[in-house]
Design a protein around this ligand. Structure first.
Ligand code: BTN
Length: 255
């Protein structure tokens, strides 16, 4: 997979731009924006960012895999970001399925979207947002308890170009074995080692009001989270739920 990077000054959302051009673009096309005016997060949330301080990108992928395996791409992406951060000396954890967390605060998220007909995948867009050089005042007040930036945790300015290149290289190395024969072994091993949820009490949130408490036991080879509920063990697929950590009883961790 060769990358071709298109950089824009301003976009509403790099995911939306990628969708516009996906039908006639090759796998490995990357849309990068200096700023987003309508950045999208998962579950209909807003993704907030600051011009020229963050990484805002979407990668167009055209894997020949089954639709049920699409959520795995997000795990590959999260693992690539975790490794790329390590490459530049930053330790991070992965909060299943797709958040990158440092010191219990989120620095990066992934929004994966896809288009398919009943049988085949037309394309997958993996959108990555990273708070890189945001200062504390760039982060909206109401998010400061749960979001941070690399600059804030490292206390120094991060080279965004270097980090971007590391992410793309790490992603390619992990994605190609998955794309050609479904091989997720390396991804799952690294993912597990860096998971912030394994062994913790969590809230599994499905839909609007279905919240259940359980303990995260492991990530299985399919990338599903194994959760022990009072009713027994269940495998949770990342397409379906969102989780939050809890500490003690009822206290929601700042994740
Ligand atoms: C999340 O954690 O909820 C996912 C956040 C994904 C944000 C990125 S920024 C680049 C791309 N374009 C978007 O509109 N969203 C993703």
């Amino acid at each position: 997979m060769e990358y071709r990077i298109f950089t824009y000054d301003t976009l509403e959302s790099t995911n939306d731009k990628a969708k516009e051009i996906a039908a006639y673009s090759e796998e490995g096309t990357v849309i990068l924006a200096r700023e987003q005016t309508k950045g999208k997060g998962r579950l209909g949330r807003v993704w907030s960012s600051t011009k020229d301080k963050d990484i805002l990108m979407s990668i167009i992928l055209k894997p020949e895999i089954q639709i049920k395996d699409i959520p795995k791409i997000t795990l590959v992406g999260a693992t690539a970001i975790n490794m790329a951060l390590r490459d530049i000396g930053i330790d991070s954890q992965i909060k299943w399925p797709n958040d990158i967390v440092i010191e219990n605060k989120k620095v990066s998220g992934i929004l994966t979207e896809m288009s398919s007909n009943s049988r085949d995948i037309n394309y997958v867009i993996m959108g990555i947002g990273i708070n890189v050089n945001q200062d504390i005042q760039d982060i909206p007040k109401e998010l400061q308890y749960k979001s941070t930036s690399l600059k804030i945790v490292k206390n120094s300015v991060i080279d965004r170009r270097e980090l971007l290149n590391n992410i793309l290289e790490r992603f390619r190395t992990l994605y190609m074995p998955f794309r050609s024969n479904g091989d997720m072994e390396k991804v799952i091993n690294i993912y597990r080692e860096n998971s912030i949820v394994i062994g913790k009490e969590i809230l599994v949130i499905k839909g609007k009001d279905k919240i259940r408490k359980g303990v995260a036991i492991d990530i299985n080879h399919r990338g599903e989270l194994l959760v022990e509920f009072p009713e027994g063990l269940e495998e949770i697929c990342s397409g379906e739920v969102s989780i939050r950590g809890i500490e003690g009883y009822g206290k929601v961790l700042s994740l």
